[in-house]
Design a protein. Structure first.
Length: 455
């Protein structure tokens, strides 16, 4: 048997084994050296003060708008020559004067009627005094007639006088009694006559006051300093009672109803959470929503009206005064009403012009700084298949890890973190592609104030 061909097997097996050993060592080396760390941008978590801000938009309107409505009719007699749409008038300035000739005649007629009634009252009073004096005399005469009648009656009984004499005396007594009765009846009527004249006098005096008020109403004055926004009448034109003659806008303050989505305003209410919680505890867990503006003011939420004109951005400090109370039917926005004082006063140093009604302005609402708050960029928050929120962090070994977090409302471009992260954690801002939990990372720390968007 020829074994020479088999002599090549041992060297061949040794060569194959050595090749396999060398190949395996290189694969392991490749794996170790091939696990390259992925460079990612990270932000170290540190609580800081955060200011919540939201912006709404709305038109500037006067705080008070007054319409001059004619309360009396008549021809428009005078309008100040300088009065026109856009004119600024001072308080109590004459705006429109209506002709008062007819009302003057009514006043004079009322005064004459009052004089006549007062004369009648004086006449009645004098008549009453005269009647009382006459009654006193007639009563004395009656006593004399009664005494004479009694005397004649005694004489007739003694036969010293005739029956005819007695009848004559009795007739005189009866006549005098009738005179006294007539005077007493006349005196009894004087109080009612006086009352009637007093009532007539009251009516005449009311007519006089009515005429005087008509004369007063014929002159229309400005109830406050304001700007004329509309004039609907001219000199010589007849104005009827109820006609709107002009409209005046108050210049002491303006309002802006800022339209804001309710969800966007949540961070602002979050800032007032402490104040609202105190009120809720004091009222058995109930919260009075009608006092929302009061709570926001107590939480030092500020407002500022912003307007761009000619390339310049101007700002006016504003006061939060009320909520509209209803949602807009078309946009479902809430209306936050702010007030700006003295909008007509410009400020050269601040390069601020006047704030005119009708302008479309932005209103910025800001909270005071909320201390010790953890916020992360919105783009750093991820969502799992079940809707849960989590973030990627770089662990102590610089490897990718996922951490579940509990989020609060969004504040500008950040999200409030209520739980899950703590000071010192390194939040991964970049999007690993693909994200593999445990993969090696090369963290590049960026400051929290830098642009933390995805790169």
């Amino acid at each position: 048997m020829n074994l020479r061909p088999l002599m090549i097997v041992p060297p061949l097996a040794f060569a194959v084994g050595g090749f396999l050993w060398m190949t395996q060592e290189r694969a392991q080396d490749v794996t170790r050296s091939g696990e390259a760390a992925l460079a990612v941008r990270v932000m170290e978590i540190a609580p800081r003060s955060v200011v919540a801000e939201v912006t709404g938009y709305g038109h500037v309107t006067p705080e008070h708008e007054w319409s001059a409505v004619a309360e009396v009719q008549g021809r428009v007699d005078a309008i100040p020559g300088s009065l026109a749409e856009g004119s600024v008038v001072e308080k109590d300035a004459v705006l429109i004067a209506i002709d008062v000739t007819d009302h003057e005649l009514s006043r004079q007629k009322a005064e004459a009627n009052i004089t006549a009634v007062e004369a009648q009252l004086r006449e009645i009073a004098r008549q009453e005094q005269n009647t009382k004096r006459s009654l006193e005399l007639e009563q004395q005469t009656l006593e004399v007639a009664r005494a004479e009648f009694e005397r004649i009656s005694e004489l007739v009984e003694r036969g010293a006088s005739t029956q005819a004499t007695l009848d004559t005396v009795q007739k005189t007594l009866l006549s005098q009694s009738n005179a006294v009765l007539s005077l007493e009846n006349a005196l009894a009527l004087y109080p009612s006559q006086t009352d009637s004249l007093q009532a007539t006098l009251a009516v005449r005096q009311s007519e006089l006051r009515e005429a005087e008020r008509a004369i007063e109403k014929a002159t229309i004055r400005a109830p406050f300093k304001g700007r004329v926004s509309q004039i609907n009448v001219e000199v010589g034109q007849f104005a009827r009672a109820g006609d709107t003659l002009l409209t005046l806008d108050d210049t002491s303050a303006v309002e802006v109803i800022a339209e804001i989505q309710p969800s966007a305003f949540v961070p602002i209410f979050t800032a007032a959470r402490e104040v609202m919680t105190m009120d809720s505890n004091e009222n058995g867990g109930r919260f009075d929503t009608s006092r929302a503006v009061e709570f926001l003011s107590a939480a030092e939420v500020s407002a500022e009206v912003r307007l761009s004109i000619g390339g310049y951005e101007m700002r006016w400090p504003a006061e939060l005064v009320r909520m509209r109370g209803t949602l807009d039917k078309e946009t479902s926005t809430i209306g936050m009403v702010v007030r700006v004082k003295d909008p007509t006063i410009g400020d050269a140093e601040m390069r601020r012009a006047r704030l005119d009604s009708g302008a479309f302005a932005a209103v910025d609402f800001r909270t005071k700084p909320i201390p010790e708050t953890i916020v992360v960029p919105r783009t750093a928050v991820r969502y799992d298949d079940e809707g849960g929120t989590f973030v990627y962090v770089a662990d102590q070994d610089n490897r990718l890890a996922a951490v579940d977090v509990r989020t609060g409302p969004a504040i500008s471009g950040d999200v409030l973190i209520l739980g899950g992260l703590s000071t010192g954690d390194r939040l991964v801002l970049s999007e690993p592609s693909p994200p593999v939990i445990g993969m090696a990372l090369d963290p590049i720390v960026v400051p929290a104030t830098a642009d933390t968007g995805d790169q």
